[in-house]
Design a protein around this ligand. Structure first.
Ligand SMILES: [Zn+2]
Length: 264
């Protein structure tokens, strides 16, 4: 590690990444994922960080306004669809261009943060009172375990709304029978419904559930709290990981990163 003399309160971006990767190793990322640095790099010296769930153009603008020189997010700026050109008028291109123009480094921990022990799925399960969540899908996605108290579908819905601070949820027909084993999957986890059934769960909480997946078998229900809502805890998790190691590093959570979905 280089001496920080004459460099003020700056730190190497790679040191921040190392703290996150110690908790959520980068090699655990899915093949299609693009966690890690997407703009700038590990050798950049940074002094102020902005944490968000998504690296949107609004978030980059917020970083510029707040003089932040590193953005740390859960969702990578460039993932799924390759960025073939950087053109005006395209939101993702403009986010990249604005970050480069302002010497902002961008780092993301996506699937590693989902899968880590103590990561997003563990947090979701623990929020619901599950003491020792187990892995739902081999490889680390999702979690499940026993609720502290069995709940009917409607009781579970009320609890979920309170715990995740959501006004609206979408779900399949609320079970009249008691739910004791609950599964969770952060983000878009409807692909885990069969895994939830296999482990004997009576309900799955996730986001991004599409029409057909609401046709659930008897004795099972699916609850969609929203992708954003199910993963917002990534921000406080990333903040606490960094603060634990670098308590002096200036860090804040984005105010502009809101769910893109509006409910009326
Ligand atoms: Zn996500």
């Amino acid at each position: 590690m280089k001496s920080q003399n004459n460099l003020g309160n700056t730190i190497e971006a790679g040191q921040l990444a190392a703290v996150i990767e110690e908790f959520a190793p980068i090699f655990t990322q899915e093949e299609w994922d693009n966690s890690g640095f997407s703009v700038g790099g590990a050798n950049r010296r940074v002094k102020k960080g902005l944490i968000a769930l998504n690296c949107t153009l609004e978030v980059v603008k917020e970083a510029v306004e707040k003089n932040c020189d590193i953005i740390i997010t859960h969702h990578p700026l460039i993932v799924h669809t390759p960025l073939m050109n950087i053109l005006d008028g395209d939101l993702r291109s403009e986010a990249v261009a604005l970050a480069i123009k302002n010497d902002i480094t961008i780092y993301s921990s996506h699937t590693p943060l989902d899968k880590a022990i103590g990561g997003l799925n563990t947090i979701m399960a623990q929020k619901m009172g599950i003491k020792k969540p187990k892995e739902l899908v081999k490889g680390g996605f999702g979690a499940y375990g026993k609720l502290p108290k069995s709940l009917t579908g409607k009781e579970l819905i009320a609890e979920v709304k309170k715990v995740f601070n959501v006004k609206n949820i979408r779900c399949s027909k609320p079970l009249a029978t008691k739910i004791s084993i609950l599964a969770v999957s952060s983000g878009g986890g409807q692909g885990s419904i069969s895994d939830a059934l296999n482990v004997g769960a009576q309900a799955l909480i996730t986001g991004d559930v599409t029409h057909h997946r609401f046709y659930t078998p008897d004795g099972f229900m699916v609850i969609d709290i929203g992708h954003h809502e199910s993963e917002w805890s990534a921000t406080t998790l990333l903040e606490s990981l960094i603060k634990r190691k670098f308590p002096e590093f200036s860090l804040q959570i984005s105010k502009s990163d809101l769910s893109p979905i509006c409910y009326f």
